[in-house]
Design a protein around this ligand. Structure first.
Ligand code: AMP
Length: 299
């Protein structure tokens, strides 16, 4: 079953302690779509400018991503500049150029309105809501966001959370949105805002999935070499929704496996700049890492 993914399709300029990339393919929806495409067909909804390289659109198509929902507007593509220090933790944003995103008011292609699995990757919550509103009867909706939107669009974000099934946040976002410092208390407060399931992403240390009566911890997979952590969270979300759609069922066993596949895909994303590693990835690489992950996390 195909998934609908919306978010940013961007050109990123990134500096990390091991290198730099300039105006490279990025954006929450790019990472999420390429990641999900390893599990299921993807319908991508996003807006880019006329400067967006055709080669990137060809790449999406090669990965089985439908680009009917990718609108090209007059103007420049969303551009983000960020840098990381040696601990590769939170990115420092150097510049955000919204550019054509100020014109995002997409009408979904008719087929997409019947989507059952939807991933609202990180973008303005009002834009996420505009897309979701057009989907007639979604079965499972996942929503990601970031500190910027929690600070600047809280009211819209809180309204959106009432309409979704799963919320993805990192630890600091969970604390910021809930107003609680203790992570258990934060999770309880966030579940009261609407989502039935909350996943708190803990970077290289794993993820915790909370429902009203369960807490499930998934460990991280430690890598020796990281180049660029950009897009790890989006890659995680893309694999999660893609896996669930491929299974057509949201039972606990599928949800747990989906989080594990999310973590595994994120470990690939950070091995190189931009989407380079995801582009060269083969399905056999994923199964190999899944088996290694199973071995060290089993007790
Ligand atoms: P992540 O590392 O998972 O937080 O996502 C990084 C991606 O998000 C980059 O490729 C950026 O182009 C994109 N991005 C940066 N700022 C924003 C924003 N305010 N809203 C949506 N996407 C953003």
């Amino acid at each position: 079953m195909s998934v609908l993914i919306t978010g940013t399709v961007a050109l990123d300029t990134i500096t990390s302690p091991v290198g730099k990339c300039h105006q490279a393919l990025g954006g929450s929806a790019s990472y999420a779509s390429v990641s999900a495409s390893f599990f299921t067909p993807v319908n991508l909804v996003a807006t880019v400018g006329k400067d967006f390289p055709k080669a990137h659109i060809q790449l999406f198509k090669r990965k089985g991503i439908d680009t009917q929902g990718l609108t090209i507007k007059k103007g420049k593509t969303f551009h983000w500049e960020g840098e990381y220090g040696w601990d590769f933790s939170d990115a420092r944003t150097l510049a955000t150029h919204i550019n054509v995103l100020s014109q995002f008011n997409t009408t979904l292609p008719k087929d997409y309105t019947k989507s059952k699995y939807v991933f609202l990757a990180n973008i303005d919550p009002q834009m996420q809501a505009t897309v979701l509103k057009q989907v007639s009867s979604p079965r499972f909706v996942i929503c990601d966001t970031m500190n910027y939107w929690i600070s600047n669009a809280r009211k819209h974000l809180v309204r959106l959370l009432k309409k979704i099934d799963m919320s993805l946040l990192n630890e600091s976002e969970a604390r910021q949105l809930s107003g609680q410092t203790n992570i258990m208390k934060a999770a309880k407060a966030l579940l009261k805002l609407g989502p039935k399931i909350l996943v708190i992403k803990k970077g290289e240390h794993g993820a915790i999935m909370f429902t009203n009566n369960r807490v499930i911890c998934v460990p991280g997979f430690l890598l020796e070499d990281i180049s660029d952590p950009t897009g790890a969270g989006d890659t995680f979300g893309g694999a999660l929704v893609g896996y669930l759609a491929s299974r057509s069922g949201n039972n606990l066993a599928n949800l747990k496996s989906a989080v594990v596949y999310g973590k595994i895909m994120a470990t690939f994303a950070v091995e190189d700049f931009s989407l380079r590693r995801l582009i060269s990835l083969r399905k056999s690489d994923i199964s190999k890492r899944f088996n290694e992950f199973r071995k060290f996390s089993c007790f």
